[in-house]
Ligand binder design. Structure first.
Ligand SMILES: [Cu+2]
Length: 157
């Protein structure tokens, strides 16, 4: 009798911890964009599969300080592909491109993105961290990547 009760406790504890693990809250991350276009901090580190809640705060003061956030599915080579595709899109349709690629195969190289954020505003996006690796992010407005508005998301296994 005593033994079976103990077994029940163990089973209930196991079930509870499984439920708690499933309900684990997302990890909050914040990127701030100062008046001088940049992401602060420029390096983020997370665990693979962790749910993330990323907030981007645009602290720019001028009306022209609009920025976006584009996280690509890889490192610098993938970022270069995407910047070429964005440049092609802008040349083709201007700001109607939303500073994103037009072709599906280029869009597929983007993991997540947040559209243009006005100065003084912030936006939040929730997503799951990709598999372990290094992922680049950037702002594609006005080719801001070329002014160093880039950063790295490091995903640990
Ligand atoms: Cu920007």
């Amino acid at each position: 009798m005593k033994r079976s009760r103990r077994a029940l406790y163990v089973a209930v504890l196991g079930l509870l911890s499984a439920i708690l693990a499933g309900c684990s809250s997302p990890q909050d991350l914040t990127l701030t964009i100062p008046s001088n276009p940049a992401f602060e901090p420029a390096v983020l580190s997370v665990r693979a599969g962790q749910q993330l809640r990323l907030t981007i705060k645009n602290d720019g003061k001028n009306n022209t300080d609009k920025h976006n956030f584009v996280l690509v599915r890889g490192g610098e080579d993938v970022m270069r592909d995407v910047t070429s595709a964005v440049t092609a899109a802008i040349n083709q349709v201007g700001s109607a491109s939303d500073y994103l690629p037009i072709k599906e195969r280029d869009l597929a190289k983007i993991l997540v993105h947040i559209k243009g954020i006005d100065p003084g505003k912030s936006e939040t996006i929730t997503f799951d961290a990709p598999p372990a690796g290094t992922y680049m992010f950037m702002c594609t407005y006005g080719r801001h990547w070329s002014y160093g508005m880039v950063g790295t998301l490091t995903v640990e296994p």
